[in-house]
Design a protein around this ligand. Structure first.
Ligand code: CO
Length: 132
């Protein structure tokens, strides 16, 4: 397994990018709004993973509420799995609590979130790359 991405909730992407892009020096590969998740995302690729900065599109959505409650910081850690259906079945069999069922992005990527109650405090995303 490997880390696919680490997502960081920020109040304002432009302000956050003055650190991540300008000070730290990671180039932004893409920046786009993802209305289904209620966020605007900036993707910052690293060697074998990436950072994703998330700004809520609506202060009342889940990322907005996260910022209200906990302030800026790590929102979730995403682990790449070979077979997400098998991974989710295993989680449930072992008694872990899922935060979502398996969902799909338009590109065929499939993902599901494991509840922080089961992961000792970190929202965890499981991610399966599209099959060719
Ligand atoms: Co993610």
């Amino acid at each position: 397994m490997e880390i696919h991405h680490i997502a960081i909730a920020v109040k304002d992407l432009d302000t956050a990018l003055t650190f991540y892009r300008d000070t730290l020096g990671i180039e932004v590969s893409e920046r786009r709004k993802v209305p289904t998740e209620g966020v605007e995302v900036a993707f910052l690729p690293l060697e074998n993973s990436e950072l994703e900065l998330l700004e809520p599109l609506d202060p009342a959505n889940s990322i907005g509420r996260f910022l209200d409650k906990r302030g800026e910081g790590i929102h979730h850690v995403c682990i790449l799995v070979e077979d997400i259906a098998a991974a989710v079945t295993r989680m449930k069999d072992e008694g872990a609590q899922m935060a979502t069922e398996v969902r799909s992005h338009p590109d065929g990527t499939r993902y599901a979130f494991v509840h922080p109650k089961s992961t000792h405090g970190v929202l965890m995303e499981l991610y399966e790359k599209p099959k060719p």
